[in-house]
Write a protein that binds this ligand. Structure first.
Ligand SMILES: [Zn+2]
Length: 423
């Protein structure tokens, strides 16, 4: 099932989800003209009135690609008459579309010793700039700051500090060259840690990296190089290609529970995140159908050793089975209320869940060495012992949230800050 905001609104407003025309007499207000799928749903539900702000073309021009459609033509097929109010506060809506795009953090900060930097360290920064330039050419709009820019800056210490903080605010990745340590670096790294920005440490072999830096949770990796920094070029590029996949549970969608929250948080760090909508409902949700969709991502090389997957409810076991069967390694798995071989939730859940179960669950450890499982002691759908057993089979890294229910919107989890630590 695809889901758009209009469909979500219809679903939550509709009293009887199986009857068309349930929302007769209602007006729908949308910030952007509906796509043909949503317009179809609006007509089926026999809304009296539709009010929209930006047009599909505005979205196309300012935000994301849309198929332009003629909703007046579509409205002619409707059983009942619908009044359409167009382009109300259109300018403001266009601003929202533009701002949303601008909000994505697009800076990469290279930090390293600045004062008294000799020619050889300048050469390192130049090479780093050009390595990142290769990444940049495929991912437009990225700005790179390095100590070479800092050296040119002629402010006093306070202005220097202020400048660094301003750069960090919109930074998605910090690459810290730590062969030579300077105080400025420490300040930048501390602030990066506070802002939860991923940090990659690189240093010449034999450099001493302090335990404090090593143990910082934002430090994602430390790569040592021998003389030439170009020798670790691919590792640096791989680090920057990290991506995220968020997978919803049975009868869920990419708009359900904490998935929109987590997506926003990841996007706000300028990172790439995918939130596919898997087929749901009896007759649609099964292992084969879900696999077919995920294979599209695998073919596009978006699920690989740089991928971090967050999955809820039935999705953890689906992901384990999929990765093991397809022999795909990933960087990290964060599972929320996962379970295996559990029937008895209710008839519909059992039908859609059954094909996801899988007996060689422990094998997932061969495909990922960083797995964390969240579960609770009062899940109304799945027994505590079942979730605990699932977690224990695959990892020692377990987090029990007491009283958290199924860690879904029903138990108040439309936000889930505990997950941010694993981005
Ligand atoms: Zn739509």
């Amino acid at each position: 099932m695809y889901s758009h905001a209009e469909l979500e609104a219809i679903e939550s407003a509709s009293k009887n989800k199986n009857l068309y025309g349930d929302l007769k007499g209602t007006t729908m207000y949308i910030s952007c003209e509906p796509c043909m799928m949503c317009m179809g749903a609006i007509l089926y539900e026999e809304f009296d009135k539709l009010v929209y702000a930006a047009t599909l073309k505005d979205s196309n021009d300012n935000y994301c690609k849309e198929m332009i459609t003629n909703i007046d033509e579509l409205a002619k097929y409707s059983k009942s008459k619908i009044e359409i109010v167009k382009e109300l506060h259109r300018d403001k809506a266009i601003e929202v579309l533009k701002n949303h795009k601008d909000k994505i953090k697009n800076r990469i900060l290279i930090t390293g010793a600045v004062s008294g930097a000799d020619e050889s360290s300048k050469e390192i920064y130049r090479k780093l700039n050009s390595i990142i330039g290769e990444y940049n050419s495929k991912n437009m709009q990225i700005e790179v700051y390095s100590p070479l820019d800092t050296m040119k800056f002629t402010g006093n210490d306070y202005e220097r500090y202020e400048r660094a903080m301003n750069i960090l605010k919109d930074t998605s990745i910090v690459i810290a060259e730590m062969s030579n340590i300077s105080t400025g670096q420490g300040m930048e790294l501390q602030e990066a840690a506070r802002l939860n920005i991923p940090i990659l440490i690189i240093a010449k072999q034999q450099s001493k990296i302090s335990g404090l830096v090593k143990s910082c949770k934002n430090v994602q990796d430390i790569i040592y190089y021998d003389k030439d920094i170009d020798s670790i070029k691919n590792e640096i590029l791989d680090f920057m290609k990290d991506n995220y996949l968020l997978v919803h549970g049975s009868f869920g969608s990419s708009f359900s529970n904490w998935i929109p929250y987590l997506r926003r948080e990841i996007e706000s760090k300028g990172l790439v995140v995918y939130t596919p909508d898997f087929p749901t409902g009896v007759g649609f949700q099964n292992y084969e159908n879900w696999s077919n969709l995920l294979k599209v991502y695998v073919e596009a090389n978006t699920i690989n050793e740089n991928t971090i997957i967050f999955a809820h409810s039935i999705a953890p076991i689906f992901i384990c089975k999929f990765l093991v069967e397809n022999k795909i390694k990933v960087k990290r798995l964060v599972f929320v209320c996962g379970f295996n071989n559990y029937l008895g939730i209710d008839k519909d859940y059992d039908i859609v869940n059954e094909s996801m179960y899988f007996d060689n669950l422990a094998d997932i450890k061969n495909y990922c060495d960083d797995i964390v499982c969240f579960y609770t002691d009062n899940d109304p759908y799945v027994k505590y012992e079942t979730e605990k057993e699932f977690a224990t089979t695959i990892t020692e890294n377990q987090i029990l949230i007491s009283g958290g229910g199924h860690l879904n919107s029903e138990s108040g989890y439309i936000e889930f800050p505990e997950l941010l630590k694993y981005i």
